[in-house]
Design a protein around this ligand. Structure first.
Ligand SMILES: C[S@@+](CC[C@H](N)C(=O)[O-])C[C@H]1O[C@@H](n2cnc3c(N)ncnc32)[C@H](O)[C@@H]1O
Length: 312
């Protein structure tokens, strides 16, 4: 087949695929998949502006309303049928070198930073976030501390800096590459473990925290995991969570688009999170703080087990 005919076929196929995916999953999903399939290297400025610039009103309306609200749950339920662990591995095991390209150079945090003035560098914003969370976790040298979803060990390193050792500190992740990276570069205790299905020992920890990992916990699992975490904390223990979630129960259309990046993950909405945290007896100690940026809500919530009469 002549090259220009083949090219025309490919272009038509790409456009049809974009159209089909946009109709079923929404234009954000279709557009991102089209960018990923594009054989040409992407221009960073172009992609940045595509994602952050406002859209013309009609496209913006389509972005927010397709797929329609009534179709989102069934669509997402289908997506949730895929293995959660495979979805995590697909996202995080791309390669450590890849993530080193764009995460902050000091810690390699892969979660929201605090741009308090908007003038900070990424490194400063991540340090702001780490310092804020450090105050909430309030680690003491003798504390047994667990991080759920520890990434490349960023917060574990910040805690070690603060208390001078990491003997009682452990992190769980579902990425084999992260485990290898942390063991090789930082000599921290890290385990390849699923914090959703794990059976925690009773009253094993003084502090449990997670940063940008609770988003991966599916709605139906949230209450079950919170029961387990509540029981895993010692009396007076503390659970610190930073995560973002939708503010209403209907999943936003961007949650469908997020399946491109986080296949099989879907954050529960804020009201059901609140109910689920209260169920085992956690009480809200600080927060929530809501900061809007890039059209997503970022919630930072600290919970303490007040049911034991030990609010902090
Ligand atoms: C967005 S990253 C955040 C990493 C780190 N907390 C940070 O702030 O840089 C999410 C992390 O959660 C982990 N994760 C997600 N679901 C998990 C699960 N069920 N069990 C263990 N780790 C999980 C991923 O492997 C990844 O390390």
């Amino acid at each position: 087949m002549p090259r220009n005919v083949q090219w025309a076929y490919e272009r038509t196929g790409t456009h049809l695929l974009f159209l089909a995916e946009s109709i079923v999953y929404g234009p954000s999903y279709g557009a991102v998949q089209a960018l990923i399939r594009n054989p040409q290297p992407l221009d960073p400025d172009y992609v940045w502006h595509r994602i952050t610039d406002g859209l013309p009103p009609l496209l913006d309306w389509l972005r927010l309303h397709v797929p329609p609200a009534f179709a989102r749950r069934p669509l997402l339920s289908l997506k949730m049928k895929q293995d959660h662990m495979l979805g995590i591995a697909e996202h995080y095991d791309v390669s450590n070198e890849f993530y080193e390209l764009f995460l902050d150079k000091k810690y390699m945090f892969y979660s929201c930073g605090d741009f308090d003035t908007g003038e900070e560098s990424l490194e400063e914003a991540q340090a702001n976030k780490a310092n804020f969370l450090l105050e909430l976790i309030d680690p003491q040298p003798q504390d047994k501390i667990l991080e759920l979803g520890c990434g490349w060990g960023a917060m574990m390193r910040r805690i070690r800096e603060a208390i001078g050792n990491s003997e009682n500190l452990v992190g769980y992740t579902l990425s084999q590459q992260q485990v290898e990276y942390i063991r090789q570069h930082h000599e921290l205790n890290v385990e390849f473990k699923n914090f959703v299905t794990h059976d925690y020992s009773h009253e094993a920890y003084d502090k449990i925290y997670s940063i940008g990992a609770w988003e991966h916990v599916r709605e139906r699992d949230v209450p079950i995991v919170l029961e387990k975490l509540h029981s895993a904390l010692k009396p007076g223990g503390r659970l610190v969570q930073q995560f973002f979630c939708g503010i209403v129960e209907t999943p936003a259309s961007c949650v469908v688009a997020a399946q491109v990046f986080f296949p099989g993950s879907m954050p529960a909405a804020y009201p059901s999170q609140i109910r689920a945290f209260e169920q085992p007896g956690f009480g809200l100690a600080i927060g929530p703080s809501m900061i809007t940026g890039l059209r997503c809500e970022h919630g930072s919530i600290t919970w303490s087990p007040t049911a034991r009469g030990l609010s902090s």
